[in-house]
Ligand binder design. Structure first.
Ligand SMILES: Cc1ncc(COP(=O)(O)O)c(C=O)c1O
Length: 398
């Protein structure tokens, strides 16, 4: 019997909703794409999006940016990161995270990863003590949230500020509190492969008036910050307006206009992601030899991607498995590859960071298989993918 083959592309997102396209056309027709280009009495798409996202997030303030990466760079500068500062971050994350540290002249110091794919709290404590770092850029990588109360207590003990990278946890919660609301600042991405799609884009949220004022000036407000609607009092800008450099990272009205209708659908889409995730999760749980993280009760996750651990196979066998799945249309990302390829990369390939060795993370990365779950896949598609992975894994797992 011929082997079944999966035909859909793993990088194909759903179309932008018609309602969003209609709003985008209006902005295009107006010609007023720049966020501060408003006529008297006009609130503006970017300003309104910020109000709506702050409400969704349950934060006081929100700033829309050009990307998740620029949101993190601004956040780091706002909390006072300076050239030469050691900044702790996850060893298992993606390149824009250490990239943001490097962009402000900081030195990324990587913290080990647990089998739950979260930051290792023991190593976090050790790295705070060893380095004296006062900033943690915490990445909720692939949507896995660490025990946040414990993590925050460790940071507090060391007098460190937390910035959360929520690129993969927009809409996710830990113990009923949204990810992004634990640290001083939450950073989000609306890049095409994330939970809302504006091509490129991002948000920064906070409850801290001073940080928000600094972030707004940093984003490049040309002293027009009064126009923002999800902002603190004008008096909060008194110092920031002179002290903060303009790092031009503003979201424009066009992107904001296509995000506003998507925000209304976000919670519904989270349910859709999770039903697809659960089909894959049960397929992997039924495959002998594969490990899928037991999602903690405290976590409300967004299953926009799924990870499973394979046994500690030799590299050539892992590559054969990935290739055999690929030949049947299933694209797995392997984080163990020393050579960074297509969206994966490993901490030791970021050679701008000081040389570090994290044996525990290397051993775990070697076993992680990662897969995106675009909403263009149906639950039936996910069942088919589960079958293909099961067959290819089982054929090699003697
Ligand atoms: C873990 C993580 N953090 C942050 C980002 C930054 O997002 P952006 O591409 O919007 O800069 C990404 C993007 O892929 C990411 O995967």
């Amino acid at each position: 019997m011929p082997k079944i083959h999966f035909e859909k592309p793993f990088t194909q997102q759903e179309a932008i909703p018609e309602s969003a396209i209609a709003e985008a056309v209006k902005v295009l027709q107006s010609g007023r794409l720049h966020r501060y280009n408003l006529v008297p009495g006009e609130a503006g798409e970017a300003n309104q999006l910020e109000v709506e996202y702050a409400k969704y997030q349950g934060s006081k303030y929100c700033l829309a940016t050009t990307s998740g990466g620029t949101a993190m760079q601004i956040a780091l500068r706002a909390v006072g990161a300076k050239a030469g500062d050691k900044i702790l971050t996850n060893a298992f994350t993606l390149a824009p995270v250490p990239g943001a540290v490097a962009a402000v002249g900081g030195e990324p110091i990587f913290v080990e990863t647990t089998e739950d794919l979260t930051i290792d709290l023991k190593d976090l404590e050790a790295k705070f003590s060893e380095t004296g770092s006062k900033i943690l850029l915490l990445s909720h990588m692939r949507g896995h949230i660490a025990p946040m109360e414990e993590l925050c207590a460790i940071a507090e003990k060391h007098g460190a500020v937390i910035i959360e990278d929520c690129a993969h946890t927009m809409g996710a919660e830990w113990n009923g509190r949204k990810s992004g609301n634990f640290g001083a600042i939450g950073c989000f991405s609306t890049q095409t492969y994330k939970h809302m799609n504006s091509g490129e884009g991002g948000f920064l949220t906070t409850d801290d008036a001073d940080l928000m004022a600094k972030a707004t000036i940093l984003s490049g407000s040309y002293m027009l910050y009064e126009k923002h609607l999800a902002r603190p009092d004008m008096s909060d800008y008194a110092q920031a307006r002179y002290e903060m450099p303009n790092c031009s990272s503003r979201m424009d009205n066009l992107r904001a206009s296509i995000l506003r209708p998507q925000l209304k659908q976000l919670d519904h889409n989270i349910d859709r992601w999770n039903s697809r995730y659960q089909v894959l999760e049960s397929a992997f749980k039924n495959t002998d030899g594969l490990t899928v993280r037991e999602r903690p009760q405290n976590e409300k996750y967004v299953g926009s991607s799924i990870q499973f651990l394979i046994p500690d196979w030799p590299q050539d066998k892992i590559e054969t498995f990935v290739k055999n799945c690929f030949d049947r249309g299933v694209e797995l990302k392997w984080f163990g590859n020393a050579n960074p390829v297509g969206f994966t990369s490993r901490y030791d390939s970021w050679t701008y960071a000081p040389k570090q060795s994290l044996d525990q993370t290397v051993a775990i990365l070697k076993r992680i298989m990662d897969m995106r779950i675009p909403l263009s896949f149906s639950e039936e598609d996910c069942a088919l993918i589960g079958t293909i992975i099961d067959e290819e894994f089982t054929a090699l797992n003697d």
